[in-house]
Design a protein around this ligand. Structure first.
Ligand code: NDP
Length: 338
């Protein structure tokens, strides 16, 4: 059983007199910095390191001290939250932060990716920890403001100081992560689950919807009916909401008897052997062995490109060619939604 840490396990006193630097003031950075300050960490002990642009302006407008010179921010950091996109972290951290950081700094990642694949360079004396919210930044902030917590995975990956867990728990509490219980995890577990969901589970769900759309279209179902039936009614969103609240299987009891019988008996009839083998292949030979990371690193430089030269845009164009993509486009245009 994974250990779960609560506010009572964490002592904010462990952060006393520490200078805390947030590299990045985007989705997670803005939310976590504001939560941390609202938890009583003095504003003059918090620095937002950001290029001089609208993110920096946002941080300034919220009263934060902003440092555009990353070397200066690195030199004073006792704690460094790495909250820029995963694909840019190695370049910025290894190039601009790592050479200037204190030997005693605590480096905090919000995702396991770069640490699991050894893409960041640390000194053995430094603490490397993960505090990884399972929520988008806006929810991290609004749940904190409502006095609620949010699900979060935490771990100590390198305990240079010998006190890394104490610091991790204090930081987790300060951003509001131990209120609902922070789950002990690791960068391996977080990366495995995250990338598995992204590369195995959801691609299959997307493909199931795509193929289901075409099969139903073949028997005369209209685009309008299909788009509403399959997702625009928000029924799938409601089902997942109920699954989180009441249980993955238990929520089925809200459905009609015909539906319950169809779903339960249908799922049991599907032999999972092939899909399990497919999933294992992706998990072991794509995620855990680093194959995907190497593939992704080859296209990273192109992600800044505009239009058709950007590999993600190419994938969007290709995906839009499916019957589902075309049908949805027609329906949204007709309803004035695009
Ligand atoms: P964002 O995309 O919101 O980060 C934007 C910030 O990164 C801005 O401050 C931006 O400033 C800065 N940034 C972007 N590109 C560069 C660059 N090339 N050089 C310097 N700064 C740059 O990131 P997220 O908050 O989404 O992600 C941060 C971390 O949190 C990641 O590790 C992610 O995996 C993790 N995470 C994200 C979640 C989410 O829901 N988004 C959920 C849980 C964890 P500027 O462009 O001005 O330089």
């Amino acid at each position: 059983m994974a250990k779960i840490y609560y506010d009572s396990d964490a002592d904010l006193g462990a952060l006393k007199d520490k200078t805390i630097v947030f590299l990045g003031f985007g989705n997670q950075g803005a939310a976590q910095a504001q939560n941390l300050r609202a938890s009583g960490i003095p504003n003059d002990k918090i620095i937002v390191a950001n290029r001089d642009d609208h993110y920096a302006a946002d941080a300034k407008s919220k009263g934060f001290n902003v440092e555009h010179d990353f070397a200066k921010a690195a030199e004073v950091a006792d704690v460094l939250f790495l909250l820029v996109p995963d694909q840019v972290q190695p370049r910025i951290f290894n190039g601009q932060f790592s050479p200037k950081l204190k030997d005693s700094v605590t480096i905090v990642v919000a995702s396991g990716y770069n640490v699991f694949y050894n893409l960041l360079h640390f000194k053995a004396s430094q603490d490397v920890v993960m505090v990884a919210p399972r929520m988008i930044g806006s929810s991290v902030r609004t749940l904190y403001e409502k006095g609620k917590g949010f699900p979060c995975f935490i771990s100590v990956e390198q305990n240079g100081s010998g006190n890394a867990l104490t610091t991790t728990l204090a930081l987790s509490r300060a951003i509001g992560a131990t209120k609902a219980g922070a789950i002990a995890s690791s960068v391996r577990e977080e990366t495995a689950m995250d990338l598995f969901a992204e590369q195995a589970l959801w691609p299959n769900i997307i493909a199931l919807f795509r193929e289901a759309y075409s099969v139903l279209k073949e028997v005369g179902c209209s685009d309008e009916a299909l788009v509403y039936e399959m997702w625009m009614s928000k029924e799938p969103a409601e089902i997942f909401e109920a699954a989180a609240e009441e249980g993955f299987i238990e929520q089925l009891k809200h459905h009609s008897t015909v539906s319950q019988y169809g779903q339960l008996s249908g799922a049991l009839k599907i032999d999972g052997t092939a899909i399990r083998a497919h999933f294992k292949e992706i998990l072991h030979n794509q995620v855990l062995n680093g194959k995907f990371q190497k593939e992704f690193s080859k296209i990273e430089a192109d992600l800044e490109k505009e239009g058709d030269e950007n590999p993600i845009n190419q994938l969007y164009t290709k995906s839009a060619e499916s019957e589902l993509g075309q049908g949805e486009k027609r329906v949204r245009a007709r309803l004035g939604l695009s």
